[in-house]
Design a protein around this ligand. Structure first.
Ligand SMILES: [Fe+2]
Length: 311
């Protein structure tokens, strides 16, 4: 499988996943050779990328037709972001990593080194940023929250790097979802929601194709929406069946999603997001991990002064 720009589709290519319009109606089915007419239908929808079956001779990570200067520019943008994360005082919606230990900057630096050594991982991250800036920012936030929890759990440097890469790429399957569905203001139809859920499998399939990527990283993409009571997706796994990293990323993902402004929803304040997370403690999310995450956050909104009791 590979991700390709829809504008580069040629007849005979087969899609890995069907293409839907904004009403959730299937426009072109998967696994059948595309005709010119089908490609025109896809172009009319203005979908930027689609997932196709890779030919054995093809390079697995697509979008090779993106110009080199643009790729270099985006790579530099990612590098600058990491430099800022390392050099400035880190505070993300109440998350103060410094509070946790002296390791946070070290661990972000280590993740940055990992990305620059594994060019395929960096290339995928460039693809994410090119697809959608919010998806990139969200992935980066999820990585910072996840690393905060991972550090508090005293994970090794190697484990933290895997957790960080898993978090950065956890939603990569969303590149296969049309933006019209991804950023829809109105309530999703059942078909659209079912399609969005596919991003877990799409991400897993994509990451499993990249030989330098550890299988745990692909599992993070597959399992980050699983819930410990079995109510999650795509497999409905229970408790211990879900990998620790996926449980951590699931918590970070939920918190960042509800505390971010989206076209269809106003951001919650950090303490509201945390309260919602705690509601799911031991039902949806691992209680110990939530407690660790809550300890990492200083959730009082800026300007709110807490009156101390006289007693
Ligand atoms: Fe997701």
């Amino acid at each position: 499988m590979r991700v390709v720009e829809a504008s580069t589709l040629v007849p005979g290519t087969t899609l890995r996943q069907p293409v839907y319009n904004e009403h959730g109606k299937m426009i072109v089915n998967a696994n059948i050779p595309l005709t010119e007419e089908m490609i025109n239908r896809i172009h009319k929808l203005a979908i930027p990328f689609v997932l196709v079956h890779a030919q054995s001779s093809e390079y697995l990570i697509g979008m090779t037709n993106i110009s080199k200067p643009l790729r270099t520019e985006i790579t530099e943008k990612i590098e600058d972001t990491f430099v800022k994360l390392i050099s400035e005082d880190f505070n993300l919606r109440g998350l103060s990593l410094e509070k946790n230990s002296s390791r946070p900057k070290e661990m972000i630096k280590s993740l940055q080194n990992e990305l620059w050594q594994q060019k395929d991982v960096l290339s995928l991250l460039v693809d994410v940023l090119l697809y959608d800036e919010y998806l990139f920012t969200h992935s980066l936030n999820v990585a910072m929250y996840s690393l905060g929890i991972g550090t508090a759990l005293d994970l090794s440097k190697n484990e933290l790097n895997l957790l960080g890469v898993g978090a950065l790429l956890h939603d990569i399957g969303k590149m296969a979802i049309p933006k019209k569905i991804l950023n829809k203001r109105d309530r999703l139809t059942d078909d659209e929601y079912a399609f969005i859920k596919q991003h877990t499998i799409a991400g897993y399939d994509l990451l499993r194709q990249v030989s330098c990527i550890h299988p745990i990283v692909a599992d993070c993409a597959l399992q980050h929406h699983e819930k410990i009571n079995g109510s999650g997706y795509p497999k409905g796994l229970f408790g211990e069946e879900i990998h620790l990293f996926s449980k951590i990323i699931g918590i970070a993902d939920f918190f960042d999603a509800v505390t971010s402004n989206r076209v269809y929803r106003q951001a919650m304040l950090p303490h509201e997001g945390l309260a919602l997370l705690m509601n799911g403690s031991d039902k949806l999310y691992d209680a110990k991990l939530i407690s660790i995450f809550s300890d990492l956050l200083t959730v009082y909104p800026t300007g709110l002064h807490v009156k101390l009791s006289d007693k």
